[in-house]
Write a protein that binds this ligand. Structure first.
Ligand SMILES: [Zn+2]
Length: 156
């Protein structure tokens, strides 16, 4: 299952961006996922086709985690979520990527993972929350691009 860094033409993350591209470097890129109930759902994707964190060297691992944490910090600063969920599965797409998902007690699935069972009787609150996040999306994206670019600055 482990990748060797060689692009896999059957892999959606080798052949596509995996979302709306926000930032890209030689090693990784950041995209906004298209998840209706979670407008700020963000992914950090390692560019090379590897499956596991332990396939990366220490410096690459650190670099990837710095980006994930920059996304988390931006979500906390701009969106003030009740919780940030970090997840790396790759069961369906075994190409290393992290999901960074701001969560609120009144979102569709809380306290379940966003892939879990939806909460009952929450449609009005869910739509209000979705609209609240969507309204802040431009500020979030601006801060995210700024935060990620700061990582690329010399001495970062
Ligand atoms: Zn891939």
């Amino acid at each position: 299952m482990a990748g060797n860094g060689t692009p896999d033409l059957r892999c959606p993350l080798c052949t596509g961006e995996g979302g709306t591209l926000l930032a890209r470097t030689r090693n990784w890129h950041v995209v906004l996922a298209a998840e209706h109930d979670y407008p700020a759902f963000t992914r950090v994707i390692w560019n090379a086709h590897v499956a596991e964190m332990s396939e990366l060297g220490a410096a690459d691992r650190d670099e990837l985690m710095r980006v994930v944490l920059a996304v988390e910090q931006t979500q906390r600063a701009v969106l003030a979520p009740d919780k940030v969920n970090l997840a790396s599965f790759g069961n369906v797409v075994p190409h290393l990527h992290w999901h960074v998902i701001p969560r609120w007690r009144d979102d569709r699935h809380f306290p379940e993972p966003v892939w879990g069972r939806a909460a009952d009787g929450r449609d009005v609150a869910v739509e209000a929350r979705r609209a609240w996040v969507a309204a802040r999306l431009p500020s979030y994206l601006e801060a995210l691009v700024r935060g990620v670019n700061r990582l690329l600055a010399p001495g970062a």
